[in-house]
Design a protein around this ligand. Structure first.
Ligand code: GLY
Ligand code: MN
Ligand code: MN
Length: 438
């Protein structure tokens, strides 16, 4: 499942339309990263670069020029049939022009000679300032080279600006084509979570459930996960970024799985928490139902015009109220909220934008105010409660319970659409699935 090249062309045109007159934008692709010795991690293109090109090769450079002779220039690895036997097919400059919409394209080794000339006389140079040390150094080098020619008439860019400002605001709002891909990614991940629930038994190892998730996603064409899955049995769920996934899951444990696949570089992000033996204990059920109440109420509040922070505040109020009712916090509701007492059990925020990056780009505050939701934004809603196993301030029966329930929610014109409805979250539904297959 891949976006059409027309989509990338339209994005470049939209970005160019917002760039100042006589400006140049420079964006670098990702490089291959070494895992150990000469083995590399699987290649993942830089999201901004992929967003504008759909080009999936390392080391490339995109230059967009407004007011210049060629609007779209790509620098890319050269064709090299002998190397391609080892590395796989490369598009080369010709392929970049024919298939990736470049008006002109060159081999990588022409970057340093061409870039200073391309910058000559521009009013503004845009690039991701201080995001990528290697690119910062290269830009400085190109500017220095250009600076050496001022007596020969060269003119340095009048200003530098951050390219992320424009690009990230574009990426925050998903088009119908992007929504289709993200829906599919969410659907695959939801089905993978169902399979993990069905596969789980007391005594299962966390990595077995991880492999159920990754194998299913891979079988549906989503070879990569959007982030390392968290499969946490029992108190491991209280470690928010637990990724060891190497422990046996005991009878009576809850299992928290936070996993989502990536499809054409778009993320999904789902968390479900379920009992390894198919039955919630009373304490587990109480904490679970409280998280579910916050999850459902916050999802209901997702609509155009809703203030981003009000969603978080709603989750804080519901969870704090519930923690008081359960005797896990004591005192006045407003004071406990004001003092942040709930943070002992709920230490993260309600969610985050979701897109090509799991923690997607786009400002949460605009002109000093929290952003108001608008159609096309996709956010996660993921309240959680984590009671540390060594928290002796609470009764023993609560200790080591960690629950998070996370869905991906699209803001629509009329409200919202949950993309992750394919995996149950009501307690009775989870128990029915695990005990009778649904
Ligand atoms: N899976 C990362 C997160 O939920 O933020
Ligand atoms: Mn998340
Ligand atoms: Mn998550």
């Amino acid at each position: 499942m891949k976006l059409d090249q027309q989509v990338y062309r339209k994005r470049r045109e939209k970005l160019l339309a917002q760039m100042p007159e006589r400006s140049l934008l420079v964006l670098a692709a990702s490089n291959l990263k070494t895992r150990n010795n000469d083995a590399e991690f699987p290649f993942r293109q830089a999201s901004n670069f992929y967003y504008l090109t759909g080009f999936n090769e390392p080391e490339a450079l995109l230059v967009l020029s407004k007011g210049g002779e060629h609007a779209v220039t790509l620098f890319c690895p050269p064709r090299d049939p002998a190397m391609e036997v080892w590395t796989g097919y490369r598009a080369g400059p010709e392929g970049c022009v024919e298939r990736f919409g470049a008006d002109q394209a060159f081999n990588l080794d022409e970057i340093d000679s061409r870039l200073p000339k391309m910058m000559d006389g521009v009013a503004q140079l845009l690039y991701p300032i201080a995001r990528d040390a290697a690119l910062d150094t290269r830009v400085k080098g190109w500017l220095e080279t250009l600076g050496k020619s001022v007596r020969a008439g060269a003119v340095l860019p009048q200003s530098l600006a951050d390219s992320d400002r424009l690009l990230h605001e574009m990426r925050l709002f998903k088009s119908s084509e992007e929504i289709v891909i993200m829906q599919r990614a969410a659907q695959i991940s939801a089905a993978a979570h169902v399979r993990a629930m069905l596969a789980c038994r007391p005594g299962s190892y966390e990595y077995e459930l991880e492999s159920v998730i990754t194998a299913y996603c891979g079988s549906q064409g989503a070879r990569f996960q959007a982030y390392t899955p968290i499969v946490a049995g029992g108190a491991n769920a209280c470690i928010l970024h637990y990724i060891e996934n190497d422990q046996a899951i005991a009878d009576g444990d809850l299992v928290l799985i936070d996993a989502g696949c990536e499809l054409d570089n778009y993320a999904s992000d789902i968390t479900r928490t379920f009992p390894a033996n198919g039955h919630f204990s009373d304490e587990q059920a109480a904490i679970y139902d409280l998280c579910l109440k916050a999850n459902e109420a916050c999802i209901e509040a997702v609509k155009p015009g809703a203030c981003w922070n009000s969603l978080h505040e709603l989750s804080v109020r519901i969870l704090t109220e519930g923690l008081i009712e359960l005797g896990l916090l004591s005192g006045d509701l407003d004071e406990l909220i004001e003092s942040g007492a709930y943070k002992r059990f709920y230490m993260h925020r309600i969610g985050h934008w979701l897109g090509m990056d799991v923690h997607d780009v786009g400002d949460y505050r605009v002109n000093g105010e929290w952003r108001k939701l608008e159609p096309g934004i996709i956010t996660t809603i993921e309240p959680g409660i984590y009671i540390a196993p060594d928290d002796h301030s609470v009764e023993e029966r609560w200790r080591g319970i960690g629950v998070r329930i996370e869905d991906d929610v699209l803001v629509t014109d009329s409200g919202h659409q949950v993309l992750t409805g394919g995996v149950p979250k009501a307690r009775a539904e989870i128990e029915a699935l695990m005990n009778n297959g649904g």
